[in-house]
Design a protein around this ligand. Sequence first.
Ligand code: DQA
Length: 254
Amino acid sequence: MAPVRVKQIEIGSGVPKVCVPIVGRTETEILAFAGEVKNSSADIVEWRADWYEEVLCQNKMIKTAEKVRQILQDKPLLFTFRTKKEGGERDITKEAYAALNGQIIKNGYADLVDVEFFLGEETVGSVSSLAREYQVKTVFSNHDFEKTPQQEEILRRLKNMERAGADIAKIAVMPQKAEDVLELLSATLKAVQSMSCPVITMSMGKSGMISRVCGEIFGSSVTFGSMHTSSAPGQIDIEALRQMLAVLHGEYIQ
Ligand SMILES: O=C1C[C@@](O)(C(=O)O)C[C@@H](O)[C@@H]1O
């Protein structure tokens, strides 16, 4: 598997990289959050733009994006509009989704963009080819907030993302029982053994929390941690998460 370099960060080698989502509804909230994350130990910052109440107002959105970029300076930024269907805050047409991501990519406001895989070939293809042109990395993603598909299906989706041109392939699923967490971890291990792009996986909720700390062993290259507000169930506070990653990295072995 070949790691992906984004600014000073290498995704897909060593300790999983910690990504903290900015989840603010107003520009004031978003910029304050960006300031806090900038000064934290986060390796990557995700801006969950579907939370922003002005996200579909092009002028305001561009101005806010420019300010976020300025505040974060050299911290890698992942831009994400999560659709309602996959657990996000609002709906969007495919045209508006492609236009929004296009604006962010062309203006150089993000280092990585999240591309929802099930939006279909046309949208995924147009956003990802633009990203490639502007040297922005793509994280193809899929989320199931209800259940966990079988490991063969999880693996199939990750591989399809790679085949469709993802720089990084991501899937988040919800466990209904402990076996579901094993299913996700098993699929993750098989993915890193058979794919060439890094993968990001997580089992959500409390029982899936273990999957957010063991990426160094089973292969998930990024883990999402929270700073006072989380963007998905089961996210661990960034400081506690750092410690758990350090323990599993072997830093506390005597
Ligand atoms: O895709 C993901 C993963 C996530 O859903 C999680 O479970 O941590 C959180 C989202 O903000 C992010 O876009």
